[in-house]
Write a protein that binds this ligand. Structure first.
Ligand SMILES: [Mg+2]
Length: 246
């Protein structure tokens, strides 16, 4: 993957920010379930009962947007050890396969109009692995990830994480940001910060695990008027028509 370290100062193209997990692949891959099991086992490994593990897992996910954020903050664990045991141990090669349709979609984005970056709460090793298996790693020009190597890392939906992303991509005008994420909380956070065109990827009716709890994906509660909800990535062609090749 190419991560450009120096971005042109006066690059006024849009930036498409893609969440990776459960956005670039479907919840039907059941990766959230496998991740949830591993995170649960990690809590149990710290000496918690099953019940305590479930409560803490859900609490930290809800409070911080990422269970690991709570684990680092309250249990002083090594985030890289967590990453190896959780995301790192997922048999992703058996759960995901190359996605030519996704590849076409990304190739059809007119790069004279938009750059395409990843924006993930995972660590870079997991993010890069997913992109490689899906066969789209060469389509992603930059990656903003949670830096687990730094014990004080930020994650979505914390504003600092989004600010850092802007800095890395050298963006001043937030209206230039096009963002898609399967987490409504993350989409709302980006909207609040003035990110231009936000999309909630919501695979209605599918099962997924969030914060250790299995649930049916649904558009619950209200969503800001200017956020578009889609259930297939192909819909981006009509939601963001101006950034696709004619
Ligand atoms: Mg996601």
């Amino acid at each position: 993957m190419t991560v450009r370290s120096t971005e042109s100062q006066n690059d006024d193209r849009y930036v498409v920010w893609l969440d990776i997990d459960n956005t670039l692949y479907s919840a039907s891959a059941k990766i959230s379930q496998a991740m949830g099991e591993r995170i649960h086992a990690y809590f149990v490994g710290l000496g918690h009962t099953d019940e305590e593990a479930s409560v803490l897992h859900h609490r930290y996910y809800t409070q911080y947007g990422l269970a690991l954020r709570g684990l680092v903050r309250h249990h002083d664990i090594d985030a890289l050890d967590f990453d190896r045991k959780c995301d790192g141990s997922l048999p992703l090669e058996e759960m995901l396969k190359p996605d030519p349709k996704l590849r076409n979609l990304l190739q059809d984005i007119d790069r004279s109009k938009a750059r395409v970056w990843g924006l993930t709460n995972a660590y870079k090793t997991h993010a890069e692995r997913v992109l490689r298996i899906l066969g789209v790693d060469d389509q992603i020009e930059g990656l903003v990830f949670c830096d687990y190597a730094n014990s004080d890392f930020f994650c979505k939906p914390e504003p600092e994480f989004f600010h850092d992303a802007l800095k890395r991509a050298n963006i001043i005008d937030t209206s230039k940001c096009l963002f898609i994420d399967d987490s409504k909380t993350n989409v709302e956070a980006a909207r609040k910060l003035g990110w231009g065109r936000c999309v909630h990827f919501c695979e209605h009716g599918m099962q997924a695990v969030e914060g250790g709890k299995e649930k049916m994906i649904a558009q619950d509660g209200t969503i800001p008027d200017d956020v578009v909800v889609i259930s297939k990535l192909e819909e981006l062609r009509t939601v963001w028509p101006d950034i696709f090749k004619a």
